[in-house]
Design a protein. Structure first.
Length: 238
């Protein structure tokens, strides 16, 4: 039996640190065009939908093959509204059946691949409420320090772990901020938390770039170019 699956990209128009970042040109395509393309190439979805408050973002999204069935209310497009609230609003407006598979994809998930999305969908089983993308911390967070006063003196967060070898410390992971799979009924549950009952798709470090600042954007541009060079070299060996 085919399980209906919907991709929803939340893209507001009021980005402050990188103005208009969701439709800013990134290697020849508006930023949001890259995750839309990944969703299309994944063959996971019956529909790819963008929820936005911005008419220009809506037009750009439609040009790249996404649906924009409604414009989001401005009260859900400020600096304080959480992603879960935005996706819940879209699920309600779309009147999705409770068991519909819904994947929130961030509009600046520039390094997302269709394979990542397909792996996530496969993990959304009956006993898993959420599936999210993760990256592994490069260094053990058990050896982290904290500031203890204004003179920049520091103390170990976990003194008992400091003498341990790196290979003896448990790996730790962070939210890579690319996608979240859950059923419609989970998105609608205001008490549901993404860190409860979750499975994960671990992404390689070279594709774990969260874009919040102009510096992040420039780093992403350089990394994207490098990955494209490596891809072309592997497909055309000497």
């Amino acid at each position: 039996m085919h399980e209906k699956a919907i991709a929803i990209l939340p893209a507001r128009g009021g980005s402050k640190r990188i103005p208009r970042k969701n439709i800013l040109d990134f290697h020849g395509k508006p930023a949001i065009g890259w995750p839309i393309q990944a969703a299309q190439q994944s063959a996971c979805f019956d529909r790819v939908i963008v929820t936005t408050d911005d008419a220009e973002i809506a037009r750009v999204s439609q040009t790249h093959g996404a649906e924009v069935p409604f414009l989001r209310d401005s009260t859900l497009a400020d600096d304080f509204t959480g992603t879960t609230d935005v996706i819940r609003d879209a699920v309600e407006k779309l009147n999705l059946p409770p068991k519909t598979l819904v994947c929130c994809i961030y509009p600046t998930a520039l390094f997302l691949s269709g394979d990542d999305l397909a792996r996530g969908k496969d993990q959304l089983t009956e006993d898993v409420d959420w599936v999210l993308s993760l990256g592994e911390y490069a260094t053990p967070i058990d050896r982290a320090y904290r500031m203890i006063d204004a003179t920049e003196r520091v103390a170990a967060r976990h003194p008992e772990k400091m003498p341990m070898r790196s290979q003896d410390l448990e790996p730790a992971y962070f939210d890579a901020g690319q996608f979240y799979w859950a059923r419609a009924e989970t998105w609608l549950d205001k008490n549901a938390r993404v860190w409860d009952g979750a499975a994960s798709v671990i992404l390689p470090p070279e594709r774990c770039i969260d874009i919040d600042t102009p510096t992040d954007w420039r780093r992403a541009e350089h990394q994207f170019a490098l990955l494209e060079m490596e891809k072309n070299a592997s497909s055309h060996p000497d």
